[in-house]
Every structure is written in C-alpha cells, then in structure tokens.
Design a protein around this ligand. Sequence first.
Ligand SMILES: [Ca+2]
Ligand SMILES: [Ca+2]
Length: 140
Amino acid sequence: MEHRVLPRSNSARLCGGHRKVLHHNPSEGAEMAMSSILNADDIKKALDAFAVAGSFDHKKFFEIMGLRAKSFDEVKKVFLVLDADNSGFIEEEELKFVLKGFSKDGRDLTDKETKEFLRAADKDGDGKIGVDEFAALVKE
Ligand SMILES: [Ca+2]
Ligand SMILES: [Ca+2]
C-alpha cells in the first residue's frame, strides 16, 4: 500500500519520545489543531450562538467562526480533525459530535440537526461527507 508512508509529523513525534496518543482524548487534540486555524474567541462565539438544542445552522456557524473565509487547505485541516476515525469521511455519528471537534464545551447535535446537516452536505447521497463536500458546504 503505497499511501502508508509515515508522515513527517508522525516520525518527529516518535523521535521526540513524546508518545502522546491523541485518540485517547480526541477533544484535546482537536482543540489544539483547531486553534491553529481558527480564533478561539470566534469558535466560542459560534458555539454560543447555537447553544440551544435544535438551533444549529451550519451556514451561520461556519460564517461566525470565520471558516468561510479560509483557504481550501485550512478547511481541509478542519475536516481532518472532524474525521475522528480517519476514514476519509465525516459519518453521521461523527457529525453528531461535530461541535466537540471545535471545542470540548460544544454540545452534541440533536438527531434532527445531525440529519439536516448531513443532508445539506451529502451531495452524492452516500450517507457521509467527503472533504470536497465539506469544503463546498463551508463556502455555500
Ligand atoms: Ca470518519
Ligand atoms: Ca457524500
């Protein structure tokens, strides 16, 4: 499998002897990655705007946190954080916890919000969100 070349960041981490296993605490690792792309205050503002269950609006959410204005590469980095199991897609169960990917204080989406979010993003109808679908949704 030719794509299994060890990424540079991985080998650096191993050489440093600091073997932090990120997936044991996904929200902590996610927050570190997010804060390198997005402003923490903007993330908080976006989460606060939809703190009430049932109020989630992905367009406003992406706009408030400033993700709409980011480059494809940056949006892709956000996508990679949200794809917690590294499957290459954001599946429905990952989408439900999408706000926690931005901040550990984020609430879970309701089933209805999750389904609406998925339906808005899933243009090819395979039931999951690919990186191109995610980037397109952010820019909508
Ligand atoms: Ca996934
Ligand atoms: Ca899809």
